[in-house]
Design a binder for this molecule. Sequence first.
Ligand code: PGA
Length: 251
Amino acid sequence: MRTPIIAGNWKMHNTIAAALELVKGIHYGLPWPGEVEVIVAPPTTAISKVADFLQDSYIQVAGQDLFWEESGAYTGEISGTLLQDAGASAVIIGHSERRQYFHETDATVNKKIKAALALQLMPIVCVGETLAEREAGQVTEVVRTQILEGLAGLTTAEVTDLVIAYEPIWAIGTGKTATPQQAEDVHVIIRHIIAEQFGNDAADAVRILYGGSVKPANSKELLSLPNVDGALVGGASLKAADFIEIIKSVS
Ligand code: PGA
């Protein structure tokens, strides 16, 4: 039984005050969501205040990225240890915006996943194809490479502990969502890749979230798919009412 996850990726939005207002809206608007894990990923500057507010809440806090070294002369970087110190228990890794704008590769994603796992910071690892790759029929190939290289060297137990987010790049922030069939198909492919590489137990246990223009109007359908174990929500996670609607649509 895979417990669903609804995670909100706030990206580079919200001052500390705005972040607190948003998280209060979610916390008080939905006192107990039942069997679903809820995670918010504020910008780094707001993590500590948000985590302090959520100390006794069911909502967990994630970082949006980390660097693989624990400490040192790496100006501008944030380590897993520092994220944990601020109150995070999870971290998004390899988001397509990091890959596109900050030159992250499957090799750096791999180092980041290992660093997070070593600290028991739950990695939410993002994979997904561009529109050109989809149109060229390369979805399986692209996702396979991202998973095999990103998860290289991990044990079955480690794969079980992480979360994969399938986010077709053409659906992120565009208002275009994958159809339920498109999402389910790729989630099945991802589970097969995990099974081949890490065994059936890992494939059965690993949670695979869908991301890309998830909103209240489409979340019920997407979240009812057998291989979709939750959602990574960008834009719609910035409004408490919309995020709550999405959480409630987990059946
Ligand atoms: P979106 O973003 O929901 O705004 O499309 C999703 C994401 O980037 O994680």
